[in-house]
Ligand binder design. Sequence first.
Ligand SMILES: C[S@@+](CC[C@H](N)C(=O)[O-])C[C@H]1O[C@@H](n2cnc3c(N)ncnc32)[C@H](O)[C@@H]1O
Length: 313
Amino acid sequence: MSYRHIPVMREQAIQYLDCAPGKRVVDCTLGGAGHAKGIVEKILPDGLLIGIDQDADAVEHAQQVLAPYARNIRLIHDNFVNLPHILLRLEIDAVDAILVDLGLSWDQIEFSGRGFSFRKAEPLDMRMNPQASQSAAAIVNTAGTDRLARIFKDLGEERWAGRIARKIGERRRTEAIETTGQLADVVRSAIPRKDAAKRKIDPATKVFMALRIAVNRELEVLDTFLDEAVAHLAPGGRICVISFHSLEDRMVKQRFNRFARGCECPSGFPVCTCGKQPELKVLTRKVCKPSEAEISDNPMSRSARLRAAEKLP
Ligand SMILES: C[S@@+](CC[C@H](N)C(=O)[O-])C[C@H]1O[C@@H](n2cnc3c(N)ncnc32)[C@H](O)[C@@H]1O
């Protein structure tokens, strides 16, 4: 397959971030640096782009793409959950905009060799940062079948989660499951033929996605990060999150709404006793989706959902 790096919903994201000369913006997920390049061009001549990625290859790639803007960028290899420490090290209290474009980059799927796709014969790793956490193979070969079933059901909404977990349990008694091909075979063998034939996607799709989310602790990280991000936005600052999974999108929607509401007292309370004030104004009352034209140009964008909010003064 040819190399095609196309940043998802780039124009909408940059518009919501309200990028302008002199602003300080964090791109938490550099990936192929498509959003980052668009942002940095808007904040010249004296703005600052702080770019983060937990994949060292993405940071190295961004360094090349953004080399002409060296004066205006700081690129950091880290997990965005560490945003408070990153800003502390840069002696920055608050920023004007924060972008998060979740999930995997094209490079990771196509070229990383880390087993993100069942279409490629690769070791079953799935870590965005190979120095962190357990690999997918470690989880598949050591987790109890109950835990595996929960991962496939909760994170992949896989109907046959229990059967797949039991098949994995049986298979690993005779051999360790170390490659994408081995895992995809076990999953396919666990799903009843009739059901597999009805699916529009490969039977292994949901299990691979669920496992990747578990390996990289993607939901836990997003949950912690959202509070920290809002705390580090300057008044009037913007946050924009692009997600590709319904659980992530729901988390972003609910958190933005909670910050916009302020008060967390139970609904029956006659007066507020918690004293919490609204901190955000939600800018995307209805979630933003990619246009048909974008989807036909870049099918990977199909499930993208963008939400944005502004920090109140
Ligand atoms: C969809 S890509 C981003 C694409 C990018 N916006 C562009 O224009 O090319 C997601 C990137 O976010 C990174 N990433 C995902 N979760 C992360 C996290 N918790 N901390 C840091 N980087 C993360 C991945 O390694 C990947 O490179």
